[in-house]
Design a protein around this ligand. Structure first.
Ligand code: SF4
Ligand code: SF4
Length: 457
């Protein structure tokens, strides 16, 4: 390692290295200080790299020597999900000449930039053991987050509609009735987050990223593998300044124990409610009295049709959302709820724009003329959802003009009537909002399912 080379500018003058016997020789075999993939041969009391010409103290493959040899006395120090540039203080030049910290920093910056280039990343990818958990007499100089992400982490793919069949293949393996286990609920948030997917050891990971950081929208889907969970957290930690942002959302209660065995903690995110479809159609008994009378009131006082959604209703439905959102905001001052309505508009718009491609089911309530003058304003409610499995259907949106008494109860009942074959309707959670929880509970859910987030301790 004593001459300059065309790949990396050397920190140590070649004349110094040529006179030195500090490199290419090792006390042990194997040794983490030896270049990965090279054999060591007996040399006096220790060992030497097989490529060392001991007589001339030169490397026989100097022009093609591996990256670790080119970097030395700088090292790629890897532990857990960190890659850093270290300096081996035992190098004879460093010990004897004690270079100025500013010179070390300048060179480290140069290396950092060079390591981030395609050729270096490819060299590290081909030989990931070029880094190691070096500790003895090593000074850590700078973090190599970007290099780590590119060289050691799987490449994240941006989610598009074309990925739907592949993603659905994994979603179908999921046994839960959680609302998040459908492509629709992943894709419709694309205007709020950059959405990525990756396959690691045949498990699917879905990642959301915004200006706050990156998190997993779903647990890795497939057979539960601790190595995959670890890798997913590594990915998030690289992208997040604050590792507390890294989390796996929408984990089912029955899977919590698997994560806690890995030393991870869980926190209840929400409770989703599952109602019996039969109850929602019949609205029988005391418990549903007010729902029943609301439906009856609507049917008696308004002449309306319940129609399957089609693309020509798109603009009217968006307008309806906005006026409904204003009405809701007027009634509920909660800032989180108001923000939810704003965010939800973007997802609503995406859901409708890709309605057919996403495989949504939807209906509108359209008043018959001549009750209102303008045709464009006749849609007074719309509702959309998707099947989660053979027995559960999830209602994703229900938007109504609240000036029409009983319309919410009416549209929900009519939608449930159309969903023949499903035993349960998942009406989703209340996101910690009391007013929303009251509404959800008023439909007398038969099952409550906990939704958890998983964090690193
Ligand atoms: S120990 Fe340092 S000075 Fe000696 S040959 Fe290796 S890099 Fe050069
Ligand atoms: S490959 Fe060459 S430079 Fe690297 S340790 Fe072996 S002899 Fe030394």
């Amino acid at each position: 390692m004593s001459q300059s080379n065309d790949m990396l500018k050397q920190f140590i003058p070649s004349e110094f290295c040529l006179r030195c016997f500090g490199c290419c020789r090792f006390n042990q075999n194997p040794s983490i200080w030896a270049p990965a993939g090279f054999k060591l041969v007996k040399d006096n009391d220790g060992y030497a790299c097989e490529k060392l010409d001991v007589k001339n103290n030169t490397c026989r493959i100097y022009e093609k020597r591996p990256l670790d040899c080119r970097l030395y006395p700088f090292l790629l120090v890897k532990n857990d999900s960190h890659l850093q540039l270290g300096l081996h203080k035992s190098c004879c030049f460093i010990e004897e000449k004690q270079p100025a910290p500013a010179d070390i920093q300048t060179y480290a910056q140069y290396l950092k930039n060079r390591l981030n280039t395609a050729s270096c990343i490819s060299a590290i990818r081909k030989n990931p053991e070029v880094s190691a958990d070096y500790q003895e007499n090593v000074e850590l100089i700078t973090d190599l987050k970007d290099v780590f992400a590119k060289a050691y982490l799987p490449k994240l793919n941006i989610l598009t509609l074309k990925d739907k069949p592949r993603i659905e293949g994994y979603l179908l393996k999921s046994k839960t009735s959680l609302s998040a286990r459908h492509f629709v609920d992943i894709f419709i948030w694309k205007d709020l987050f950059q959405i990525f997917w990756v396959i690691i050891e045949d498990e699917l990971g879905i990642f959301y990223q915004d200006k706050i950081g990156m998190f997993m929208m779903l647990p890795p889907l497939g057979k539960f593998k601790p190595t995959v969970v670890k890798k997913c957290f590594e990915i998030m930690n690289v992208y997040n300044q604050n590792s507390a942002v890294s989390r796996i959302e929408n984990v089912a209660q029955e899977d919590i124990a698997k994560y806690s065995r890995l030393g991870l903690s869980s926190k209840l995110k929400d409770i989703e409610y599952l109602c019996l479809r039969k109850d929602l159609i019949e609205l029988a008994g005391k418990g549903f009295k007010s729902k029943r009378s609301s439906c009856n009131y609507f049917v008696k006082n308004y002449r309306a049709d319940f129609l399957e959604y089609k693309d020509s209703y798109y603009r009217d439905c968006l307008k309806l959302y906005q006026s409904w959102s204003r009405q809701r905001k007027g009634r509920h001052q909660d800032i989180i709820y108001q923000q939810m309505l704003e965010d939800s508009f973007l997802s609503f718009q995406t859901a409708l724009r890709y309605y057919k491609k996403l495989g949504l089911s939807g209906y509108v309530v359209r008043l018959r003329s001549p009750q209102v003058v303008k045709i464009a304003e006749r849609i007074k409610s719309c509702t959309f959802g998707y099947p989660l499995n053979k027995e559960t259907f999830c209602v994703l949106f229900e938007i109504c003009d609240l000036n029409f008494k009983g319309i919410a109860q009416y549209v929900f009942r009519e939608f449930c009537k159309k969903l023949s074959g499903y035993k349960y309707i998942n009406i989703m959670g209340a996101s910690d909002l009391e007013n929303l929880k009251t509404v959800k509970l008023s439909y007398r859910p038969k099952r409550e399912i906990g939704v958890y987030n998983i964090y690193q301790k």
